[in-house]
Unconditional design. Structure first.
Length: 428
């Protein structure tokens, strides 16, 4: 019986691999006509197209991954951590030897749309082609024109940090068959122009699903949990659910609340911190007002979330100790009622970044401090100091537990062992 079960699994895996090879092979058949390639090459020098490409590359936050810390912009070298090992982001300046200088637009389109390199090699999905496949050909051409206009930087790629069997690219065939379906975004004729623009930005260039959705043990996004929140692998932050409807992570947020957060890093409902602070600083603050409004309109349309039956609420034994620490360390800014100060200090009462399932965000904010991004709209944001040196693991667990179980908050407690684990997690 065991032999039959094992054989069944092997047959299933073989079917996935074979179908994957067929699927991948079909996706690589498109090649532009000579006339189209000539037109694309001529368009790359159009200043208007280059300017549009710069904007789109900013919306896509491309520089965040393709720029090493203290490195030259877009020259690669940043190591992107995954549960399976590190993957270095490549140089995408037009250097002919180490960058994309010899790439044609067809090469670039294949990478963005199909997740394949210039030689046809399968790209690791740490490059978010699962989202970028939705980008239109016209927008891809603009981005390519902008990248080709950059000063070339000679910087060879660093070595892949994946161990066997994850460093075997052919294994991606099965992964892609399970998790990847290439295809440009198709507007929904039943929806408004703003909704479709927002859906295109959120699902495609903005690649919001890559952080704000749970991943399974193989690193695949659970498609039926679109933007329902999830723990960001290797970074140990929790990206919240983005629905503004009952049960959603942004329950009660207005269009203006969303626009304010994306534009300035701060709104009446909360502040951007952790990885999201960098997204605002490098990307969303530079978006046009119509695009910000469109993103907000789309997020407002996400459905309500199913709310599980409430578990019996049990207050932490350390609640009294946590209350004393809160009064000493937190109340001056966040208020005794947890409501904060609008536009200055974020509220803690009803804040889903505080009550999210894991407690990670509150723990790490207490340990590392809370630093909203400096933006054009909010150039000198107030920040929260770190308490890692002043508070023990037990103290942090007590004050975080108090915040998560006070006012209208009824989230689970956190343990000192959780604090100890996240205390030693790298910041980046």
């Amino acid at each position: 019986m065991k032999l039959w079960r094992r054989g069944g699994w092997l047959l299933a895996l073989l079917a996935i691999v074979v179908s994957g090879w067929w699927y991948v092979g079909r996706g690589g058949q498109h090649v532009s006509s000579p006339e189209q390639r000539e037109a694309d090459a001529a368009a790359l020098h159009d200043p208007a197209l280059i300017a549009r490409g710069e904007y789109l590359a900013t919306v896509g936050d491309c520089a965040a991954c393709h720029t090493a810390r203290d490195g030259q912009r877009y020259a690669g070298g940043r190591s992107l951590g995954t549960p399976f090992g590190d993957v270095p982001a490549p140089n995408i300046t037009p250097d002919p030897e180490t960058g994309i200088g010899q790439w044609s637009f067809d090469d670039f389109w294949r990478a963005l749309h199909e997740g394949k390199g210039r030689q046809g090699e399968l790209l690791y999905p740490v490059f978010s082609y699962t989202s970028f496949t939705k980008v239109t050909r016209e927008d891809a051409l603009a981005i390519f024109a902008y990248l080709k206009s950059l000063p070339p930087v000679q910087r060879p790629d660093t070595a892949l940090g994946l161990e066997f069997p994850y460093n075997v690219r052919s294994s991606l065939v099965a992964w892609r068959a399970l998790y990847f379906k290439p295809g440009e975004y198709r507007p929904d004729p039943a929806k408004s122009e703003a909704w479709n623009r927002g859906a295109y930005l959120v699902q495609g260039l903005g690649h919001c699903n890559e952080c704000h959705t749970t991943r399974d043990s193989l690193g695949g996004i659970e498609q039926d949990r679109h933007l329902t929140g999830g723990q960001i692998p290797q970074l140990d932050w929790y990206a919240p659910d983005l629905s503004t409807q009952p049960g959603g992570g942004l329950d009660g947020w207005s269009v203006q609340d969303i626009v304010d957060l994306l534009k300035t890093g701060q709104s009446g409902k909360g502040s951007a911190f952790g990885p999201m602070a960098d997204v605002v600083r490098l990307s969303t603050q530079h978006m046009t007002e119509p695009d910000l409004q469109a993103v907000a309109v789309y997020l407002q349309s996400l459905p309500p979330r199913a709310q599980p039956a409430p578990a019996p609420f049990k207050r932490a034994a350390s609640h009294e100790q946590g209350g004393k620490l809160y009064a000493q360390r937190c109340a001056d800014c966040h208020g005794g009622d947890g409501r904060g100060v609008a536009g200055v200090y974020p509220p803690l009462d009803g804040n889903t970044s505080v009550t999210e399932p894991t407690g990670i965000n509150a723990i790490r904010s207490v340990l590392l401090g809370g630093f909203a991004p400096a933006t054009t709209g909010n150039p000198q944001p107030y920040s929260m100091p770190p308490f890692a040196q002043q508070l023990s693991d037990e103290d942090v667990a007590a004050v975080v537990g108090y915040i998560r179980q006070s006012w209208s908050n009824q989230a689970g407690v956190v343990q000192p062992a959780d604090v100890s684990r996240y205390r030693h997690t790298p910041i980046d």
